[in-house]
Ligand binder design. Sequence first.
Ligand SMILES: [Zn+2]
Length: 324
Amino acid sequence: MSDPTEPEGAPRIRSAAAQRYLEAREARRTAKPELLPEPPPPSEDTLWRGLLRDGQMRLMVARAGRAGHAISTGLDCRPVADRFVRELVLATQLVRSTLNPDETLQLAGFQQGGVGNFVVDVFEDGGVRATLRHPESTGPALAGGTLQVTRQQRGRGQYRSSVAFAEGDRTSDVLMRYLLESEQILTLLDVDVAPERGDHGLAAVGSIVQLMPEGSREDLARLVQNLEASGKPGPAMVDGDPDAVAWAERLLDGFYWDQVARQDLAFHCPCSAERVVALLASLPPDDLREVIDGLEVVESTCDYCRTTYTTPVDQLQALLGTPS
Ligand SMILES: [Zn+2]
């Protein structure tokens, strides 16, 4: 029988060349991971992505001391809220990194107790901001309520769904449930908060592993087995290995993978004087009249970054179409 992929009368040398090509390809597939150059030191915030060469899984690893510190101190968080907001910020960064590159992710928690209602926004560029109602809370941060998850893609609509949480739940457990129930993606999300050697108090370190449609039951079984032996990425992030590559090699033992991309993470609030005016302008006219009644300027403070904006009432009266 002739091989239909081999043209009639093809010289024998072709097969040898093809064989060499196949061997080279296999050697490349099974080579050691290709790593990104110049990983930032453990004191800097970062998120890197790893991809299995056969596409079965992806791994993201992130660390944030600075961003969490800026948010926590800005909100004047006591220890419970401090730990919670740092975990929340990093977990949300990791989940956003699994979405399309131009999608933003917002989590809004609604609850009576704990740290109260909270919101975290993660933008496409790795910027993050967060706020919560009760930074002085002392009990479990999550007291039971609903987490609303909103994905927004530039130029397209919003995609929103919610998931319930119970008292004492961890943010990462709630998010894994959301990803399984709403997105039908099997995800392992793990975030830890530990003292940092730098001057940012605590640093949150975490990872997310997602099984892709190409992944098999055997791949999952191997990963679960590796998980037990690999430990946590946080302690593995040392000066000589700030990306915890040695940890990732244990986690992905038996798989072939590469580090493929990196993103900086940073505290970022896109509020501005223009946005404050736009917000005030969106109030019903009677409400706006009530706000500005008897004032010369309206002072408003951003819930996220605590910047105070001063808007002259003249400017708002112009919006109402009434002379000052
Ligand atoms: Zn702000």
